[in-house]
Design a protein around this ligand. Structure first.
Ligand code: GLP
Length: 270
């Protein structure tokens, strides 16, 4: 695991976008690059920065296939808070990705099982996910895999916890009753199958989850801790999210990062 601690959210976002852009532009294989994407407020800075790079002509998404992590179940696709709306408004409408290359679970489906199975098949058909960008739930969830999700879980229906619905109520006029009670989500196993995982965490409210993910034992109590077993994972965070880490852990990762930068002449980002 690589943990990179930035002073600010902005610095983290710029570095995260640079990292993703490099992965896409350097991709050599004879197929499109497959990118897994999250919603939430954390990735907004990364999306903004990727859009800026696209506008400057530094990157194209024309050979990118995307798969979103999750979607609320039962929320109309056109609802202002659906993850469809979120992704198109905040990212896809501003770049040159082909609409046919965008995959977001259909929360309006009448057959969730079939929808989830088809999503897994589509990921396989695309060649598997090259880079999964993820966020962090305050309770340690990744995508909508709530605490005690099986580490071998695949794309499926997840009943949302009261905690998660309360946190997400801020997008629904602060009214928890408006927050859907279930979601469709990729599984922990789906995330673990990605060739690479990049997670972003920002703010004091993520400090406990970050600590559990990095320093805690591997446990389904904190789904993010599964990443300790992933062969290629980078967690990026800002200082605020790092406050619960032990001083020794912070020192270790900061020193390690310094050595990496010295040895690579500053070219290895984040
Ligand atoms: C939701 C999403 C997650 C996301 C999390 C954190 O629960 N399903 O994928 O990581 O929110 O969101 P935020 O970045 O707004 O804190």
């Amino acid at each position: 695991m690589r943990l990179v601690i930035f002073k600010t959210y902005q610095e983290m976002s710029v570095a995260g976008a640079a990292y993703i852009a490099e992965r896409i532009t350097r991709f050599q294989e004879d197929r499109p690059f497959v990118l897994g994407l999250p919603t939430g407020s954390t990735p907004l800075g990364i999306y903004r920065e990727l859009i800026r790079r696209y506008r400057e002509g530094k990157i194209s998404f024309s050979r990118v296939i995307s798969f979103n992590m999750d979607e609320y179940l039962g929320l109309p696709t056109g609802h202002p808070q659906s993850y469809h709306t979120f992704m198109w408004e905040n990212f896809f409408s501003h770049i040159d990705i082909r609409a046919s290359n965008v995959h977001i679970l259909n929360g309006e489906t009448r057959d969730p099982e079939e929808e989830c199975g088809a999503f897994e098949e589509a990921i396989k058909a695309a060649g598997g996910i090259d880079l999964f960008l993820g966020g962090m739930g305050e309770d340690g969830h990744i995508a909508f895999n709530e605490p005690f999700s099986s580490f071998s879980s695949r794309t499926r229906v997840q009943i949302l916890t009261e905690d998660t619905r309360a946190v997400n109520a801020r997008f629904f006029d602060g009214d928890i009753k408006q927050v859907p009670r279930a979601a469709l989500t990729v599984g922990v196993g789906t995330v673990m199958d990605a060739r690479e995982v990049l997670v972003a965490a920002s703010g004091r409210n993520k400090a406990r989850a970050l600590r559990d993910a990095v320093e805690g034992g591997i446990s389904h109590r904190c789904p993010l801790s599964c990443l300790q077993n992933h062969p290629k994972v980078t967690i990026m965070c800002d200082n605020a999210a790092a406050v619960e880490l032990e001083a020794g852990t912070v020192e270790y990762f900061k020193t390690l990062e310094q050595s990496i930068q010295e040895q690579t002449g500053g070219t290895s980002r984040p």
